[in-house]
Design a protein around this ligand. Structure first.
Ligand code: GDP
Length: 301
């Protein structure tokens, strides 16, 4: 339900356009496919993903001898959902059964990193986990305060140093603190300066080295947070971060704020990084695990 609500803008735009298309073009022919291609691309589904989908649909229309666009409409969602399924991947976060789980969040300013950390802390806490936050974005004093606000709101502790201090030291302290408090999960914020990729890389690598030394198999996730409202820009950020560091999953925020939610499909299909969580609003419980079936059917229903 939450999912459907958050996707309202995308769904309205999508289904209106789709219904118009089916009404205007009754016959499944080359012209219809061209229009469908346009429609999907304008919803930010991504050129490569759209091309692949159109190929699949053409095959299917031929195979099943579908001539009526209305009949093809149900096949579109079915094939889209199929395309988004990946072998041996369930999209769930890698959370340890025993011992401390460490999750790093990366992404440029303003994408919703702090908000996501707050929301996830809330979700995990509701699941009965003991959560601790690390204010690893020491670059901006505002980022530390903001994380503090979320910590208070959700009722979890925040480990922080002064602005300008070494984020690796914050993470080190946070790990020691997590140990002594018996925390299950440590969520670490980081400063996302894509303008200076070398600095960014060095900083992240140092944080990772500290985590690796202190926590077996850590970090257990490196989640890249990107803003769905920035469309293809989000896609290019994902690619750039992917080059700067190993990213294990994507959090796509602000899906509620865009009619172009098709970007999820592009990211999912064109990058080798799973979308693990989606942000559907500014409130504490507006964070959902990403499930391709729910997403695709949510778009069309
Ligand atoms: P950060 O700089 O990456 O830490 O970004 P913030 O967490 O401060 O978020 C930036 C703005 O985006 C804030 O106003 C958030 O309330 C808003 N925001 C974050 N996630 C979402 C979301 O899923 N939906 C909406 N509508 N707003 C969001």
């Amino acid at each position: 339900e939450k999912f459907k609500e958050g996707l309202t803008k995308t769904r309205d735009s999508f289904s209106t356009k789709m219904n118009d298309l089916v009404k205007n073009y009754r016959k499944v022919d080359e012209e219809f496919f061209e229009e469908l291609e346009e429609l999907l691309i304008s919803s930010d589904v991504g050129v490569v993903t759209v091309m692949d989908l159109i190929d699949v649909l053409k095959d299917e229309a031929r195979r099943q001898n579908i001539k009526d666009t209305e009949k093809l409409q149900s096949v579109i969602s079915e094939k889209l959902a199929e395309m988004l399924h990946k072998e041996d991947e369930d999209g769930a976060l890698n959370i340890q059964k025993d011992g401390l789980t460490v999750i790093l969040f990366v992404g440029v300013n303003g994408v919703g990193k702090t908000t996501t950390i707050g929301k996830l802390a809330h979700k995990l806490k509701q699941d009965g986990k003991k959560v601790l936050l690390a204010a690893g974005d020491t670059f901006r004093a505002g980022a530390i305060e903001q994380l503090d606000v979320w910590g208070e709101r959700v009722g979890v502790d925040v480990i922080k140093h002064q602005a300008g201090s070494d984020p690796a030291a914050v993470v080190y302290d946070a790990i020691q603190s997590a140990r002594s408090k018996g925390s299950d999960i440590l969520l670490c914020d980081t400063a996302g300066r894509l303008q200076n990729k070398v600095n960014l890389m060095n900083e992240l690598e140092k944080m990772k080295r500290v985590i690796q030394r202190e926590v077996p198999d850590g970090p257990h996730e490196v989640l890249l947070v990107i803003d769905a409202t920035t469309g293809q820009n989000a896609m290019s950020q994902a690619k750039q971060f992917g080059q700067a560091t190993d990213v294990s999953g994507i959090v796509l925020t602000k899906l509620d704020g865009t009619a172009k939610g098709g970007i999820v499909l592009a990211i999912r299909h064109e990058l080798d990084i799973p979308v693990k969580l989606v942000g559907l609003g500014e409130k504490m419980d507006d964070l959902q695990e990403f499930d391709p079936d729910t997403f695709v059917y949510g778009l069309f229903s």
